[in-house]
Write a protein that binds this ligand. Structure first.
Ligand code: MF3
Ligand code: CO
Ligand code: CO
Length: 259
């Protein structure tokens, strides 16, 4: 499997769209409070995307009806925004933003706390963010895709959480979901070797209970089978000569943008 590396010109475009996607997540964070609907969050993001002169990649992607994904509590990913879904104190919500600018994609998500969630839910969210960061720190030329999965799986399981297997990170560029698949579990030294210029997402989904998930009859919404909490964090990453660069970096990230 030959994986494309990006040219310097392509990398500039990936940086530009990554910044926009990060800015959108920062913007929507200020809107998240008890009483707002996920449908309203979608409209706010859609309008912001227009102001950014960008395109919301999810809208009409394989029939997805909205501009962002909003996944609350036991929803793992691909939650469809709705005016009927009102956030309440103690919820956790993942907002997943993918923008297209100049033909290139930037894909990033974060799990937000609504008011004051239970200690367990907050610990899950924090552990999932740590899984993402530990896996990003494993990214460098000569490392393997399995190193990423290993970093995530070991940290999640050390904290007695489980890793969702059915969905993975992905190569990204002019194509939204490209090769390679970036698994969130695995063994060090296995899988493809990383080379400078590769761009892909890492987007661990970590469950408080069992790893099993199912898709609802709407054909999009993925939930935990045991209906326990689940969290997800996602960044779009570039492999550099020395390590990694987070293309969708935000001011609230607690890892260095480059390593
Ligand atoms: N942004 C998601 C990802 O991280 C994909 C969403 S596809 C959609 O890959 F159609 F549900 F929007
Ligand atoms: Co993604
Ligand atoms: Co995403």
């Amino acid at each position: 499997m030959a994986i494309n590396t990006k040219t310097p010109d392509e990398i500039e475009k990936m940086r530009a769209v990554g910044v926009l996607a990060g800015e959108q997540l920062e913007m929507i964070g200020d809107c998240i409070e008890p009483g707002i609907s996920t449908g309203e969050l979608d409209r706010i993001c859609h309008e912001f995307t227009e102001k950014q002169n960008a395109i919301p990649a999810p809208l009409n992607y394989r029939g997805f009806p909205k501009s962002i994904c909003t996944s609350v509590n036991h929803v793992v990913c691909h939650g469809i925004p709705s005016d009927d879904k009102i956030l309440k104190n103690g919820d956790i919500i993942n907002i997943d933003v993918t923008l297209i600018k100049d033909g290139y994609h930037g894909d990033t998500s974060k799990t937000f706390l609504v008011g004051k969630p239970k200690v367990m839910a907050e610990r899950l969210v924090k552990t999932c963010q740590e899984c993402l960061y530990l896996s990003i720190e494993a990214v460098k030329p000569g490392a393997h895709l399995g190193d990423i999965g290993y970093a995530i799986q070991t940290h999640a399981e050390k904290n007695r959480f489980s890793v969702v297997r059915e969905y993975c990170g992905h190569g990204i560029g002019t194509i939204f979901h490209d090769e390679p698949q970036v698994l969130h579990y695995g063994e060090t030294g296995t899988g493809m070797e990383l080379r400078p210029g590769m761009t892909f997402t890492i987007e661990p989904m970590i469950n408080a209970g069992k790893a099993e998930v199912k898709v609802l009859p709407d054909a999009w919404t993925v939930v935990t089978k045991d209906h326990k909490y689940t969290a997800q964090w996602e960044h779009t990453i570039l492999v550099t000569e020395t390590g990694y660069e987070i293309l969708t970096y935000r001011s609230d990230d607690t890892i260095k943008r480059c390593g």
